[in-house]
Ligand binder design. Structure first.
Ligand SMILES: *[C@@H]1O[C@H](CO)[C@@H](O)[C@H](O)[C@H]1NC(C)=O
Ligand SMILES: *[C@@H]1O[C@H](CO)[C@@H](O)[C@H](O)[C@H]1NC(C)=O
Length: 263
């Protein structure tokens, strides 16, 4: 799976950071749909973590919704676009990010889809890890910012800043990576790994280490639009953000005027 190296990195960091301590409080994930169209966020929990938002829900343009997540939660969010859900369960479909035709996802979304990935600390003294990933391609812009006391009081060395995009990738997606919607418009941009395969783009085989798998002209295109996101499997690890456990998070779809935090 394309995201495997990233997940391994996060797991490794998690093992390094784990320790004793009091359980940290529940957190709040706030979703803001700044797009000019409806999106249907999908949520997928890892490691048997609690299902958030029922697995998926509808968000009209310019709406905000919040969910609580327990300490230690890990999983991912993505936006589905162009969905029509029928009356029978599983009879729906989405132009991007479809999770099997159901509003409530119990599996990951169809690529390409921009992912927001989180691993929340379990106890006080732990750290949260989060990132926005284009390793599985791009459908719409996503931005993540940390909020609340823990984010403000970030310990030295925390990199508790903005993750995500500053501009639209679909508008500059090369023809060979483009995914077209029903009326021919570009609805998503595939990763070069998915489109072409091969060790160079997928960081596999002899290229399966950070030292042997560098950026390509395709990953650089993603990086330009989304400088604070993973553009390929072994992108600079500074694309992962860390906060002291206890922060809340704001996930914005189609973030508009963003001033990305340094780092
Ligand atoms: C949601 O996004 C809009 C547009 O970017 C912004 O005006 C609004 O303040 C945001 N709401 C929240 C709760 O962040
Ligand atoms: C709908 O389908 C999903 C996935 O197949 C399943 O997990 C869920 O239980 C179904 N829900 C209902 C209400 O049948």
């Amino acid at each position: 799976m394309a995201t495997q190296p990233l997940n391994s990195v996060i797991l490794h960091l998690l093992l390094l950071a784990s320790g004793g301590g009091t359980a940290s409080a529940a957190r709040v994930f706030t979703f803001n749909n700044s797009c000019s169209h409806t999106v249907w966020p999908g949520t997928l929990s890892g490691n048997g973590a609690a299902v958030l938002g029922g697995g998926g829900f509808e968000m009209p343009a310019n709406t905000v919704v919040a969910f609580q997540a327990p300490a230690g939660w890990s999983g991912r969010f993505w936006a589905r676009t162009g969905c029509i859900f029928g009356t029978a369960n599983g009879s729906g479909s989405c132009a991007t990010g479809d999770c099997g035709g159901t509003l409530k996802c119990s599996a990951g979304g169809k690529t390409p889809a921009t992912l927001a990935e989180f691993t929340l600390g379990r106890t006080e003294g732990d750290k949260d890890f989060y990132d926005v990933s284009l390793v599985d391609g791009y459908n719409i812009g996503v931005g993540v910012t940390a909020a609340g006391k823990a984010a403000e009081e970030g310990a030295a060395g925390d990199n508790c800043g903005y993750a995500g995009c500053v501009s639209d990738v679909n508008g500059r997606c090369p023809a060979e990576l483009r995914v077209a919607g029903a009326s021919g418009e570009t609805v998503g941009c595939r990763s070069a790994c998915e489109a072409f395969g091969g060790d160079q783009y997928c960081c596999t085989g002899p290229r399966s280490s950070p030292g042997t798998c560098g950026p390509t002209r395709y990953s650089q295109l993603f990086k330009t639009a989304c400088p604070a996101a993973y553009s390929y499997a072994y992108d600079d690890s500074s694309s992962t953000r860390t906060c002291a456990a206890g922060a809340d998070y704001l996930i914005t779809f189609c973030p508009a005027s963003i001033s990305p935090a340094a780092g």
